[in-house]
Design a protein around this ligand. Structure first.
Ligand code: GLC
Ligand code: CA
Length: 552
């Protein structure tokens, strides 16, 4: 039965298996490679591991296109190695959360193969099929139209992502039951929860209306016709009745386009939908408009306003997840920090700012050693389908090569996916073979072996932040209040619980900042420093990228 809230007190670490650790020299990370690094994760102090998909897949989208939900991708291992991983994780008192990708399958999944074979197949209705007249003008998130003609029956199927990722039709009760059975299969093995891929896309407006075509766009914007659709809450509640509610697990829904009001409904415990969601709002503030490839410099007050709104919005009901990074986002130290002279200091500052907030923090592999974005000169060195399709589309739309490469350097998903940097040996100790994606040349300087040997490293700083969360209940449960909302360089906030107050002050700029706020100065004078990324400074001045947490 689902009763406890251990997930509120936990820190989650995300592993992208393909890029984590290769145990057999084929250039691809694998399950055995993960097992070999569990002690490293234990040392960091994390509680939960979230594994990006390890299921059988043709890898059109690195495993987010699943061919068989009950089989492990051969290059990663087999069910026996998975069972061993789960056992080894549990033996170290950690938990394991799996990725659940059920908005779509691979076009090589047996459901889709049966579905496309004939209009009379019982699986036909597991996906969305329309004749040409009844398709619409939506575009796929990975470029091109969202409808693909299938020669077999002359009809089109819907794919919000690549054409090898057809969308499942959740209106069909048999499909839903098949998904619930599959989830039960994994939960009965003893896994500890699910991260649910684009789970707020599962209910579509099945009228499929055309969307408005905005300036310069090739396709209509589907607006709210698949995000947070008409039956999404009903489906999630059914999923809880049928499956989730029977286990003591955690769930986190990835939900692009979910507002704070949506999140209140999704995460209110009495609704029994999900424990928390991933918002995208704070990740869109350095885009000019809705397209992530159109770049804009972050204006700090926007970030503070947005994050504070989520903190406040889920203060009474629901719960936040806290993240800067995942396998879809560029590296945070290169993004909101400084990956040059202040790399170490700014990585620690960003960690402080996130980990002292209210919610469950997520660390993405390599964040704990300050891994940075990568700049490959040759487009051929990129692997991500989203990046490659965007390049093709933008060339067609008349963008210059240089402008497109700049967007890729700043926002491309391969920034997060270059192999983990374990040491300074060839290929960063990730593989003895040829890595599937090139390593970031900065591995010589930035690697976990070096971090473990340096008491002052980003790694040990994360370790301390995780420990503080375990020692101080106010970090987990305290109320949140934003301070200095208009300040353009300082991100400051307080947390309060039972008369105890924590004040976190972070400088997001490379210039020293003098603190002028009276209340803050009083708190600083009375407070005891819990953690800082720079010792022995004038307490009324924040040095470049400095962060301090006071206990008052
Ligand atoms: C999610 C995943 C992303 C994937 C997409 C389609 O956004 O995080 O990596 O490409 O869904 O499954
Ligand atoms: Ca391997």
């Amino acid at each position: 039965m689902k009763t406890s809230d251990w997930w509120k007190q936990s820190v989650v670490y995300q592993i992208y298996p393909k890029s984590f650790n290769d145990s057999n020299g084929d250039g691809i990370g694998d399950i055995q490679g993960i097992i070999e690094k569990l002690d490293y994760l234990k040392k960091l102090g994390i509680d939960v591991i979230w594994l990006s998909p390890i299921y059988d897949s043709p890898q059109d989208d690195n495993g987010y296109d699943i061919r068989d939900y009950r089989k492990i991708f051969t290059q990663y291992g087999d069910m026996e190695s998975f069972d061993r991983l789960l056992q080894e994780v549990h033996a170290r008192n950690m938990k394991l959360v799996m990725d659940l990708v059920v908005n779509h399958t691979s076009d090589e999944h047996e459901w889709f193969e049966a579905s496309r074979a004939s209009k009379d197949s019982p699986y036909r209705d597991y996906y969305f099929w329309r004749d040409e007249e009844n398709t619409n003008n939506w575009g796929s998130i990975f470029g091109g139209p969202a409808w693909q003609l299938d020669e077999e029956t002359g009809e089109y199927y819907l794919h919000l992502f690549s054409k090898k990722q057809p969308d499942l039709n959740w209106e069909n009760a048999n499909l839903r039951q098949d998904v619930y059975d599959m989830m039960t299969f994994w939960l009965d093995k003893g896994i500890d929860g699910f991260r649910m891929d684009v789970i707020n896309f599962i209910s579509k407006n099945t009228d499929f209306p055309d969307g408005p075509v905005k300036n310069g766009d090739l396709y209509g914007d589907p607006e709210n016709n698949f995000c947070n659709g008409p039956r999404v809450h009903e489906f999630l509640r059914e999923m809880n009745r049928e499956v989730l509610g029977k286990y003591d697990i955690m769930t986190v829904g990835e939900m692009p386009g979910a507002s704070i009001e949506d999140a209140q409904i999704y995460t209110d415990p009495k609704n029994r939908e999900v424990d928390m969601i991933f918002t995208f709002e704070h990740m869109n503030l350095d885009s000019d408009g809705e397209n992530k490839w159109d770049l804009k410099t972050l204006y700090l007050p926007d970030l503070k306003k947005n994050m504070a709104a989520w903190q406040n919005g889920l203060q009474e009901t629901g719960w936040n997840s806290l993240y800067w990074n995942n396998h879809d986002q560029p590296r945070i130290v290169s993004r909101f920090g400084n990956d040059g002279a202040y790399r170490v200091r700014s990585a620690k500052m960003l960690a402080t700012c996130l980990h002292m907030m209210k919610g469950t923090p997520y660390i993405y592999q390599g964040e704990e050693i300050g891994m940075t974005n990568v700049h490959f000169n040759d487009l051929a060195d990129y692997q991500d389908i989203e990046t490659l399709n965007m390049y093709r589309d933008r060339i067609e739309q008349g963008f210059s090569h240089d402008a497109i490469m700049k967007s890729i350097y700043t926002k491309g998903r391969d920034n997060a996916r270059t192999p983990f940097q374990w040491d300074s040996s060839e290929n960063a100790g990730f593989t003895t073979g040829t890595p599937w994606l090139k390593v970031n040349p900065r591995y010589v300087e930035i690697n976990s072996e070096a971090a473990l040997q340096d008491d002052d490293s980003i790694f040990y700083y994360y370790q301390t932040l995780i420990r503080l969360r375990k020692e101080i209940p106010a970090v987990v449960y305290g109320s949140f209040k934003l301070l200095l909302p208009k300040h353009e360089a300082i991100f400051a906030y307080e947390r309060q619980l039972d008369g105890e107050k924590l004040v976190t002050i972070c400088n997001f700029s490379a210039e020293a900042q003098r603190i002028e706020d009276e209340q803050l100065l009083t708190d600083i004078a009375r407070g005891q420093v819990l953690i800082t990324n720079l010792e022995d400074t004038d307490s009324n001045v924040l040095e470049a990228y400095q962060a301090i947490v006071y206990k008052i």
